[in-house]
Design a protein around this ligand. Structure first.
Ligand code: NAD
Length: 272
């Protein structure tokens, strides 16, 4: 897991596999969980203002007692903090909570009407000022990215999207590739709801791996970045143990056939 990094369009390197901390809210086990993940090789930790756990993550990172370059931190600006000044102020607040001078990646959490361009202008300035190394978006479809391109000086280098075998997002991933944007899959395991799919079960049996490992290997071979979450040390380890087997082209076709275009979350708003 530590050996697989992607190079973003702005030159920064990002671990391909990360660890999502959404709903990891118990401060007493937070530090222990991040330590387990770090020991298993995870270097990317994905939080958001909305998750309410940036301060817990900050504490956990401190107690890892490693160099700043040894981990990659993503946070996301909440919908309620969009707009130029609110975005700037809220990111400074996030950095305080995280006890960091900069994050590696800052994402607009959702596209919303109204402050669309102002938020992005704030992101460009935050990057210029060194408060983040890279800037990107989340839950942006083609229409949002095309609209952003009409005014942006710099385009996002990452688009974090809901993506799993039930929502494979192939056209969107191809679009992002053409525009040098790395697609990062959130809910890569479909929140654990898709393990019973027979195609996944068959491959799990064939390779002596778990359904979660088959799904994560599929994301890896698709070239995506992906950020599974678990609060259990054994599952955190299991999810990192996907680098000792391969899926064949035919297995990949079998995985692709599961797609149902089914979303767990809402459809992102159209912005015009
Ligand atoms: P996920 O697909 O990572 O599923 C997590 C759930 O799957 C766990 O809670 C657990 O129930 C189960 N699970 C995990 N590993 C397992 C294993 N090995 N065996 C059995 N069950 C297992 O879903 P998620 O947490 O929603 O997404 C991952 C991360 O993506 C989040 O933590 C967050 O950082 C990010 N995210 C971003 C957005 C966004 O809008 N940008 C939205 C949701 C989540």
């Amino acid at each position: 897991i530590q050996d697989n990094w992607l190079t973003l369009a702005d030159g920064q390197k990002m671990p391909q596999q990360g660890f999502g901390v959404y709903k990891l809210t118990d401060p007493t086990v937070f530090t222990q969980t991040i330590q387990s993940a770090y020991d298993d090789g995870y270097r990317l930790f994905d939080t958001a203002q909305m998750y309410g756990n940036e301060a817990d993550l900050g504490k956990a990172l401190k107690s890892l007692n490693v160099d700043r370059d040894d981990y990659f931190i993503t946070t996301k600006v909440a919908e309620s903090n969009q707009g130029y000044q609110k975005a700037i102020d809220s990111v400074k607040e996030s950095l305080k909570k995280l006890q960091l001078d900069y994050v590696n990646l800052l994402l607009v959490h959702w596209p919303i009407n109204g402050s669309f361009f102002e938020t992005w202008r704030a992101f460009e300035d935050l990057k210029k000022d060194g408060l983040t190394k890279s800037i990107g978006v989340s839950n942006y479809g083609m229409v949002h990215l095309q609209y952003l391109a009409t005014q942006a000086s710099e385009m996002p280098v990452v688009d974090q999207l809901e993506c799993h075998p039930w929502l494979s997002e192939k056209p969107m991933i191809d679009f992002n590739k053409q525009h040098h944007i790395v697609t990062q899959a959130w809910a890569p395991l479909g929140r654990g709801r898709i393990f019973e799919e027979s195609a996944i079960q068959e491959l799990a049996q064939k390779y002596g791996k778990t359904p979660a490992q088959i799904i994560l290997r599929w994301h890896f071979l698709n070239g995506l970045s992906f950020i599974p979450k678990s609060a259990h040390a054994s599952r955190i380890k299991e999810n990192a143990d996907i680098y000792d087997f391969a899926l064949t082209d035919q297995d990949m076709v079998q995985m692709d056939s599961i797609n149902k275009n089914v979303r767990i979350s809402q459809e992102p708003e159209l912005v015009y």
